[in-house]
Design a protein around this ligand. Structure first.
Ligand SMILES: Cc1cc2nc3c(=O)[nH]c(=O)nc-3n(C[C@H](O)[C@H](O)[C@H](O)COP(=O)(O)O)c2cc1C
Length: 324
């Protein structure tokens, strides 16, 4: 524990617990933290990467960006302004985000107001109710992405129709790729207390393919129900102008600002990212959105028909490597 910094032990607990509640692919929670005085480093935990489904660590970096955003939200609630650097030190490539905290003043408007949503947000894999989202809310979510240097593009009917075969093609491949299946077996299904995705949150199987990703593809999950999903899901693509390692972290920050904002309006979200995990299919999605930006995440949003169990997390102190 540090004796020189203004950051207290309680504050560290609040900030790291918030960071740990971020979404991550297969709930691997691929982050570690180090604190040096008032500087918090978010590090990539290579043991928690997903080399079969995410060889380049693109989705891992999205998760780290989301964790860093949650940390900033908690810091803002505590009154600490934050600035950050992505990949701050080429000599230490595992440090993906460095967050500088300023001494405590008053809660930082904007970011602090999202703190209450950090523990309410969850991935919802069930059907949505038939209730349209207001254009104003859709615009608000666009602005949430823009303020984190990304873009949220809502798909029109034609684009949604075009996405269907791409997603189905990814689903077909998913069940036949043995290394991905092994990876899913490590992280998906069963009872889980600290990491991975338990049976209880997988949601029903869609009566029609393509509405939602079945994370358990190829994994034997007993007693799964079937449900009819909304026939015309509301889908957005989160995209960035560049497609490098920094852009992926930015995409994670944007995802989390969009998702927390959406949560404050009682919206829920799930993903159709399988279409972005195969380069040729991702290229087709890129064509679908106009080729002037790089698709990073495909998000389905709407009002959920029911609640969902929560996905577990490790205790925050297990993610803190050093505090100097
Ligand atoms: C980069 C990224 C990719 C994800 N891809 C998928 C996906 O393809 N399918 C899915 O059902 N969930 C996906 N998720 C959601 C995670 O499974 C979820 O965040 C994790 O299990 C933790 O659960 P929670 O979001 O309810 O807290 C993804 C999350 C992230 C950050």
């Amino acid at each position: 524990m540090s004796t020189t910094s203004f950051v207290t032990e309680d504050e560290v607990g609040i900030m790291l617990a918030a960071a740990g509640q971020a979404p991550s692919m297969h709930n691997t929670q691929p982050w570690r933290f180090e604190i040096n005085g008032s500087v918090i480093d978010v590090l990539l935990d290579t043991d928690r990467a997903l080399p079969a489904a995410d060889l380049s660590n693109r989705f891992v970096r999205v998760g780290l960006g989301a964790a860093a955003f949650n940390l900033r939200v908690a810091a803002a609630m505590l009154g600490h302004e934050t600035t950050l650097a992505i990949d701050p030190d080429p000599a230490v490539p595992d440090v993906v985000v460095r967050i500088f905290l300023a001494d405590r003043r008053v809660p930082v408007a904007g970011l602090a107001s999202l703190y209450g949503e950090v523990s309410r947000r969850f991935t919802y894999r069930g059907p949505m109710v038939d209730r349209p989202m207001s254009p104003r809310l859709m615009q608000l979510l666009i602005e949430a992405a823009t303020s984190e240097h990304a873009e949220l593009r809502w798909l029109d009917d034609e684009q949604r129709a075009g996405l269907g075969p791409i997603v189905r093609s990814a689903d077909d491949r998913d069940v036949h790729e043995e290394d991905r299946l092994h990876e899913r077996l490590r992280w998906i299904g069963g009872d889980r207390t600290a990491e991975g995705v338990p049976d209880s949150v997988l949601g029903p199987l869609p009566a029609r393919a393509g509405a939602v990703r079945d994370l358990s593809a190829g994994v034997d999950i007993p007693h799964r129900e079937h449900a009819a999903f909304e026939p015309t899901p509301v889908i957005a693509v989160l995209a960035t102008a560049d497609d490098d390692e920094r852009a992926w972290v930015r995409a994670g920050m944007a995802l989390q600002r969009v998702w927390l904002t959406a949560t404050s309006y009682e919206l829920a979200a799930s993903f159709l990212n399988q279409a972005l995990e195969y380069p040729a299919l991702r290229d087709q999605v890129r064509t679908l959105i106009g080729r002037d930006a790089w698709p990073q995440l495909i998000i389905r949003l709407g009002y959920p028909t029911e609640g969902s169990g929560l996905t577990p997390r490790r205790p925050w102190n297990e993610t803190l490597d050093a505090w100097r």
